[in-house]
Design a protein around this ligand. Structure first.
Ligand code: BTN
Length: 319
């Protein structure tokens, strides 16, 4: 019955009255209403107006390998694609493949993660159909001490991709949270496997809030989604391709340069706490500074109360 209602709505330009649907299917108004709710739960946006009926506003954003590939302009990034409707964690999938068959640039994408991982041992929420969970498997030819710079490169790729989305003004909180209006929209978790100082592979895992309407209480005032920012979200397959296109360009440049000098101005243009007071938390110590911008080795340049400039390379920054 649900599919018949959907078909009728898809083939109608305007509203279809509840009465018409009842007659078409030979069922009660309550049954029609229940099926409309079921379609809404699957991601169909259906408007119901008194005395007019129902109108299909938009269909769910179904990600697919074909749709992602259609928008790709890369040589290697995302050209090998592993797509999961549901998986534990795309980082875990990428690491398993990385152990045996490390195709540089391979991308692992999931519509839902059941065991998504965040930084510092936290879990990462990635509900079905509402988020993007993606992990790149990379084989960088760089010194092992420079690996964390790749995360900063990916943050700028994300900011560039967000700049193409209506109604979203991306910001970066050092080192690599991507925000909008001061709230976190993206988390990045980079993991590495090495033998001694030889890098076997690097996995850059990116979680993006796209259609989330709300968040758990503990992060509700700190998190946002594309939908909450622009009222409509964006096509996830298209967005994944935009991130891949930008990430490949920036990554190639980084590998040529080895440092982030080429990226500093652009990174700083997105830096949310530039010229503002920040607290750098290292263990139990919390120190107040003024944030100046990115250093070419990926640290945060800050000025202390005595005017001395420091390059912070680790620690948590809060406003
Ligand atoms: C953070 O804590 O800010 C980082 C979150 C990273 C989440 C992404 S979702 C895709 C990839 N797979 C995971 O299990 N984690 C990363």
């Amino acid at each position: 019955m649900k599919n018949k209602i959907l078909e009728k709505l898809q083939n109608s330009d305007g509203y279809v009255s509840g009465q018409e649907l009842c007659e078409l299917l030979g069922v009660s108004r309550t049954a029609v209403w229940k099926n409309i709710q079921a379609l809404k739960n699957e991601g169909y946006v259906i408007e119901g107006v008194n005395n007019k009926g129902y109108r299909l506003v938009s269909e769910p954003d179904v990600m697919s390998e074909e749709k992602i590939s259609k928008y790709l302009e890369t040589r290697t990034f995302a050209r090998k694609l592993y797509y999961y409707d549901e998986t534990d964690s795309t980082n875990t999938r990428a690491k398993i493949v990385g152990e045996t068959d490390c195709v540089h640039g391979a991308l692992f994408v999931a519509n839902e993660q059941t065991a998504g991982k965040g930084r510092r041992g936290h879990s990462w929420n990635s509900d079905k159909g509402t988020t993007i969970s993606m992990s790149y498997l990379l084989k960088p030819d760089i010194d092992i001490s420079c690996v964390s710079r790749i995360t900063l490169v990916s943050a700028v790729a994300l900011a560039r991709a967000f700049s193409k989305v209506d109604g979203v003004k991306p910001q970066i909180k050092w080192p690599n949270d991507v925000l909008s209006d001061g709230k976190k929209m993206v988390g990045i978790l980079t993991e590495m496997s090495s033998e001694g100082t030889d890098i076997s592979y690097v996995v850059v895992g990116i979680g993006i809030n796209v259609y989330n309407r709300s968040f758990p209480e503990d992060i509700a005032d700190k998190a946002t989604s594309i939908l909450l920012e622009n009222g409509k979200g964006c096509d996830r397959s298209w967005f994944i391709a935009q991130v891949s296109n930008e990430f490949e360009k920036l990554y190639d440049e980084f590998i040529k340069n080895k440092d982030l000098g080429f990226l500093v101005d652009e990174y700083n243009s997105y830096l949310v706490n530039r010229d503002k007071q920040v607290y750098v938390i290292e263990g139990d110590k919390k120190t107040e500074y003024t944030a100046l911008g990115l250093s070419k080795d990926g640290g945060l340049l800050v000025r202390d109360a005595d005017g001395e400039v420091h390059d912070i390379i680790s620690g948590e920054v809060s406003v």
